[in-house]
Design a protein around this ligand. Sequence first.
Ligand code: PLP
Length: 394
Amino acid sequence: MESEMLTESHMQSNFNTLLIHGGIDGDERTGAVSVPIYQTSTYRQIELGQHKGYEYSRTGNPTREALEALINQLEGGEAGFAFASGMAAITAVLLLLKSGDRVIISNNVYGGTFRVLDKVFKNFGLEYEIADTSNIDEVESKVVPGVAAVIVESPANPLLTITDIGKVAGIARKNRALTIVDNTFMTPYLQRPLELGADIVIHSATKYLGGHSDVIAGLVVVKDSETAARLKFLQNATGGVLPPFDSWLLLRGIKTLAVRLDRHIENSRHVVDFLKNHEGVTKIYYPGLEVSEGYEIHKKQAYGPGAMISFVLSEDYDIKLFFKNVSLITLGESLGGVESLVSHPASMTHASIPYEIRQKVGIVDNLIRLSVGIEDKEAIINDLGNAFNKAKRK
Ligand SMILES: *Cc1c(COP(=O)(O)O)cnc(C)c1O
């Protein structure tokens, strides 16, 4: 009954209302419509052994709780958890595993996810293997009994590679492995992995959920009560919690998630149309392009294409000059903010991947990644056009 209600309340028709009024709405005591920032470390106890539900803010804080309840409701899970960064969230989830366990990760997971597995968890006996999760045959052959978890992103960075989340989750479940989805690029407005069969959803809330490039945060939602209890324990035991003010910034950001993403996507469609017709572009990666690989799978499992676009600049253009001449669009790492950002995966986010492998998977030196913001679309396109003109080799 309970889970049935959750599914119902997650139908798209209701989602905009949930963004505004979901979780814990306002403040019971004063009637404040905005959840107060409970900037406190500790709480007065009534008498020995009796308190009002809060003892210490690492363990529980009302502002953080409001955020945790909200993200849980948006993703349709059992419980939500807020962490000090996306990486703190991923780390806490990996702590659910133990020495000797093996995880399968997509070949294009976020660099930090690979790094923490390779440089930190490996030292504690957690093993990992890389798989092309967009290839279901490969998932079938690698997710076998003994594998503890599969970690996927769809669309994945920077080529917007699509993985069939439902199929991967089905294979994982058959082998008693957890399916963990990093849903940062989509947010629950556009994709809800738990409804597709995943067990755990992770967000770098630093990106679209926060949406204003002013907070570093991570969120996790889990589907069953046992995992929820274990993660609650780990959150308190290891302590990478999101502070009250940052929790409030996220509550504030999430209220406008739908309107922001609608505009992000509208702008992206125009930018893609512009890029498609530009002689300076030899290839475009965008899940909303019908010709793109994985288009049908993405359409089936998500409510929209998102606003991340990657494209390859023609050899007739100088990439350095291109980056030098964007002006409205900011050259920088990160994504998902209201402002348009552009980056160079080969030298920035994916520099740690050896050159040969980068070539093989398509992260070529002329690849440009664009996080389309919500400025006037004409202004974004003008800025790109100007950068193309200045970058054209004579
Ligand atoms: C940014 C990012 C992370 C890491 O999150 P932080 O908030 O920077 O720690 C994880 N996964 C994806 C897909 C990201 O884009």
